[in-house]
Design a binder for this molecule. Structure first.
Ligand SMILES: Cc1ncc(COP(=O)(O)O)c(C=O)c1O
Length: 341
């Protein structure tokens, strides 16, 4: 994107994750109500010099993005976005917002980079771009592309991609590794020729329906975010629209529930920011076992939180490796808002 535009700066979205690389491993803390906050790197050893190069904007706020572009558009070469925040509860970018992002990138000559590392070959064969009908200028893939084998790929507009090898360098020790390529070839064949992705989405929907029935019977507020193949489970009536809304939400029910699921053999991520990823190997027996464990864990969580002994965030949630621990939402008393009176 820099070679194509001749511009060094870039825009990232708060709550997005693009890997542990100095250019990307930044987030916002000490949030302020007016949209401000302290921008800090996750982890040590990231040069402060890099801070001059990027702007962070909240998801689903086209006005903020436009205002950054109005002020700095001629320095900005790229915008990086995960349209489903795969490391922040699967919070979704709205379709209108994504159209606005596309239009603003066109207007300001910014390369729109859609990070499909988590969504690619999972939510649809054409990734989230197929679902929302928008084309990136450059997009990135990994994870499901070779069903977990170590591989990553970039694709994009021909005029941008053709710069690789004509001035832009690309390569590395493991580039085009034969084992990973063989795994990717087989995975893509299976995705093309079978209904694996439809089954994954269907399982995710049935899991959500099962969770919803258990929670509704107990009067516990909840909603789901993202796509059934990688969904967030939120204990609130309304899904967060961006990272800030998650930080300031009450996620203590989830934090208390997750370790109880682990005790019952359901190894969900203890951090509510990590979505529930469905695999094609999940079958009806898994579904029944998961729902049975979920029901037991929910009841124990309710009892425990009512007694005021919910496991707190700090007990339940170790920070994700390399990421700053967020202290917001830490609570065991009073019981979380999700609990019925
Ligand atoms: C959306 C997204 N982008 C980029 C990355 C970085 O990939 P890697 O860990 O292979 O550097 C990740 C890793 O989890 C990710 O989830």
């Amino acid at each position: 994107a820099r070679a194509h535009t001749g511009r060094d700066s870039y825009i990232m979205v708060e709550g997005g994750y693009h890997g542990l690389c100095g250019a990307f491993q930044w987030g916002v803390e000490d949030l302020e109500e007016d949209g401000g906050g302290m921008v800090r790197p996750y982890g040590e050893g990231v040069p402060q010099l890099l801070r001059q190069l990027f702007h962070l904007v909240p998801l689903n706020d086209g006005d903020r993005l436009e205002s950054v572009l109005q002020q700095h558009g001629d320095e900005i070469g790229a915008l990086l976005i995960e349209p489903i925040l795969g490391n922040c509860c699967s919070i979704e970018a709205g379709h209108q917002y994504m159209s606005d992002v596309r239009e603003l990138c066109n207007r300001y000559g910014v390369v729109m980079i859609v990070d499909e590392v988590k969504t690619g070959f999972r939510v649809a064969r054409g990734g989230v771009q197929e679902l929302i009908g928008i084309q990136a200028d450059v997009c990135t893939f990994a994870k499901a592309l070779a069903n977990g084998y170590p591989i990553s790929a970039i694709g994009g507009r021909e005029d941008i991609m053709r710069r690789i090898g004509h001035g832009v360098m690309h390569g590395g020790t493991y580039t085009a590794h034969s084992v990973s390529l063989a795994a990717a070839e087989k995975t893509l064949e299976i995705l093309e020729e079978t209904d694996a992705l439809e089954r994954v989405a269907d399982y995710g929907k049935r899991l959500q329906e099962g969770f919803a029935a258990i929670l509704s019977r107990r009067g516990i507020a909840h909603c789901f975010t993202g796509h059934p193949a990688m969904f967030g489970l939120m204990f609130a009536e309304k899904a967060p629209q961006n990272y800030r809304e998650w930080v300031t939400s009450d996620y203590s029910f989830y934090n208390s529930l997750a370790p109880r699921l682990h005790e019952r053999g359901i190894l969900c991520e203890p951090d509510s920011r990590e979505p529930w990823f469905i695999s094609a190997a999940h079958d009806d027996e898994c579904l029944a076992r998961t729902l049975e464990a979920f029901e037991g864990a929910v009841d124990e969580t309710i009892r425990s939180l009512r007694r005021g002994r919910g496991k707190t965030r700090s007990e339940a949630v170790p920070p994700k490796p390399g990421r700053t621990k967020l202290e917001g939402g830490e609570s065991s008393l009073p019981p979380p808002a999700a609990l019925p009176a």
